[in-house]
Write a protein that binds this ligand. Structure first.
Ligand SMILES: Cc1ncc(COP(=O)(O)O)c(C=O)c1O
Length: 387
């Protein structure tokens, strides 16, 4: 079972990002951890090995990534999966048929689809609720509820959930508390410090940051849960390969630096969009006009580069996404390059239209993943595309 090294937790986040989980390779002293491209390891004798037996169970490159991000999240255990959805699926299989889950209504569309279309067939039940108000969440808890799953900020409406208040609720009602921290990253928000039992990530996004691999992670502190997750990880086998693990690990080294730039660009662009009369509404927790800005300042130390804007109609949204040159029209987020997307037909197409409408995810909503380019160039690009 991968355990973060205690000494890694003594350092600040930027130091952890560069060093946690990694030591010079013993054979040659290579400073950069090698890609251990192997499926198996020679054994000294029956039942005697160097801690590595078969690469589905354990691989040194993957293990370094698991230790690295566990240390960043303030966790002690990390489990890497082949995608963010793989990590979320792994965590949800801690449950048994008959268990009930309370989940945020505005989570990533793929998370909603996994719950609604796949796991309900296996006997789990789900309630999707607005997680902005603790009372709403509390009212959805039943005697069968075992797990609370949230995103904050949510994708794409940038709504916040009060991490600490929901942590108290989860503790009182004995629920496993799972937080998808993909948008904020451990650089700006550390849910474990607010009572989360498990943090999940789509490593594909900010952690990797270069749009060149797909992966997921689950990070936690509880030994009992870690043992169960290890069993799931090795039994299901949805693990990332060594090269993808290495790419993600290279990405996390610069995560604090990149997040600073995403955040600076995000604030600048959100303020610019807010004063532009062609934009009806801007969703960004860093704006003082965001209804939960105070909460954002309490539980986040930065806001990142995710911004959504309401343009009023599908026509205007189509016009905008067709008009940018630097912002590429693409799924995904969190890379160094800026992307633009239309949630209703892309990331959230799997969410039933009635549910999209009820939560305010309209056809006129456009989502921006602001990269680390020059803010002036990005603003000029948006200005042109707004027409
Ligand atoms: C917040 C969030 N969680 C999870 C996922 C799923 O991650 P992956 O695409 O790596 O499976 C995504 C993907 O967009 C996401 O945005």
């Amino acid at each position: 079972m991968t355990r973060a090294k205690d000494k890694d937790l003594e350092f600040g986040l930027a130091t952890r990002a560069v060093h946690a989980g990694q030591e010079p390779e013993p054979l040659s002293g290579a400073v950069t951890l090698p890609i251990y491209q192997t499926s198996t390891y020679v054994q000294d004798g029956i039942g005697r090995n160097k801690g590595y037996d078969y690469a589905r169970t354990v691989n040194p490159t993957r293990q370094a990534l698991e230790r690295n991000v566990a240390a960043l999240e303030g966790g002690t255990h990390g489990f890497a999966f082949g995608s963010g959805m793989g990590a979320i699926h792994g965590v949800l299989t801690l449950l048994s048929a008959g268990d009930h889950v309370v989940c945020g209504e505005n989570v990533y569309g793929g998370t909603h689809r996994l719950m609604d279309k796949v796991l309900t067939r296996l006997g789990l039940t789900f309630s999707f609720v607005d997680t902005r108000a603790v009372d709403t969440v509390a009212a959805a808890v039943t005697p069968k509820t075992r797990l609370l799953f949230i995103e904050t900020p949510t994708n794409p409406l940038m709504r916040l959930a009060d991490l600490a208040a929901l942590g108290d609720l989860a503790r009182d009602r004995k629920l496993l508390y799972v937080v998808d921290n993909t948008f904020a990253t451990p650089i700006f928000q550390r849910p474990i410090e607010h009572g989360a039992d498990i943090v999940v990530h789509s490593t594909t996004k900010y952690l990797n940051g270069h749009s060149d691999m797909v992966g997921g992670l689950a990070l936690l502190t509880r030994d009992d849960l870690a043992e169960q997750l290890q069993l799931i990880q090795k039994s299901v086998g949805a693990v990332p390969g060594p090269f993808d693990s290495w790419l993600a690990l290279r990405g996390t080294k610069t995560l604090p630096l990149r997040m600073r730039q995403h955040d600076a660009n995000g604030r600048r662009i959100a303020s610019w969009l807010e004063q532009d009369r062609r934009v009806q509404q801007v969703f960004f927790p860093g704006l003082p006009s965001h209804p939960q800005h105070d909460l954002a300042c309490r539980q986040m130390s930065g806001f990142g580069g995710m911004i959504s804007i309401e343009l009023g109609s599908l026509e205007r949204a189509k016009q905008m996404v067709a008009g940018t040159r630097l912002f590429a029209l693409a799924e995904s987020l969190g890379g160094v390059e800026s992307l633009i997307g239309h949630p209703a037909t892309m990331t959230h197409a799997a969410v039933p239209p009635s549910m999209r409408q009820a939560m305010g995810l309209t056809d006129g909503l456009v989502r921006l993943s602001v990269g680390i380019e020059d803010a002036e160039d990005l603003i000029a690009d948006l200005d042109r595309a707004l027409g």
